[in-house]
Design a protein around this ligand. Structure first.
Ligand code: URA
Length: 256
């Protein structure tokens, strides 16, 4: 991403924050991205996720991995917790096999429940822009999933029992996808993936890598949920720092 594109992205984030705040555009400091390194050209991976349902964004190729698609089929008929009874669609996740980055959010919202696809609402559009800023796209080198696959009513946090009931699906997705990095957005995904008994604030978890205990261990980075960025513009700068950290780790792991 060029400095001009980064300035455009920062402007977009500002405008989105203003719009969602009080509707008034505020005066801004100017951003200086001239010193930042360019986004790397990252490898393209084989598609693994759900096909495009015509709800926005470029079409995804048809799923090709039996493993990840079998898990998705089980998710679509799951009745292990009460969230299944209220769903329009379960949202297994989408993206490529062996992704560079597995992004993990909290759970489907209204748009995701309607379409069966993860992160397609306003927060999802921002997530796509954040990922694109460091050369990542769900159609090419990422997989996007959630800790719970069915929408919690009223967009509340998933209850512990719901997250527990759904967890085997996420564990199997991680084992099947074998991501190079896990990127948790928001406090729910971050605390659950880190196995924290006492939940920490996302502000105290972000900004450094942890190890997710798979074999082999997977580097895990936490950051703010894109919905939080839409609500609070002060979080945009630390979120951008996290994205740069993610990109550096990818460069270290892939040599690109
Ligand atoms: N928020 C999430 O955490 N996940 C989604 O899929 C959409 C919004």
């Amino acid at each position: 991403m060029t400095p001009e594109q980064k300035t455009a992205l920062a402007g977009f984030l500002d405008t989105a924050g203003d719009y969602l705040g009080d509707g008034y555009r505020r005066p801004r400091e100017s951003y200086d991205f001239a010193g930042d390194p360019a986004a790397p050209e990252l490898p393209v991976r084989e598609s693994a996720g759900s096909p495009d349902l015509g709800t926005g964004g470029p079409p995804l190729p048809s799923p090709v991995s039996s493993g990840i698609e079998e898990i998705a089929e089980e998710i679509r008929i799951c009745g292990s917790c009460p969230l299944g009874a209220g769903r329009t669609n379960a949202v297994p996740g989408e993206g490529v096999n062996n992704p560079l980055v597995l992004v993990i959010g909290e759970g489907p919202g209204q748009d995701e429940d309607r379409t069966g696809r993860p992160f397609v609402g306003r927060a999802g559009q921002l997530l796509d822009k954040m990922l694109a800023a460091i050369g990542l796209r769900r159609q090419e080198n990422c997989f996007i999933a959630n800790v719970v696959k069915c929408r919690p009513p009223g967009n509340r946090d998933p209850a512990p029992a719901e997250a527990l009931a759904c967890r085997p699906f996420l564990n199997r997705q991680i084992a099947c996808l074998r991501p190079r990095i896990i990127f948790c957005v928001g406090k729910v995904a971050s605390n659950l993936l880190l196995g924290n008994e006492e939940w920490a604030t996302i502000g105290s978890l972000r900004g450094r890598f942890f190890e997710y205990p798979a074999a082999p261990p997977v580097p895990l980075l936490a950051t703010y949920h894109p919905s939080a960025l839409l609500r609070n513009e002060d979080l945009k700068r630390p979120a951008w720092e996290d994205l740069k950290l993610l990109r550096s780790k990818l460069e270290e792991l892939t040599g690109n």
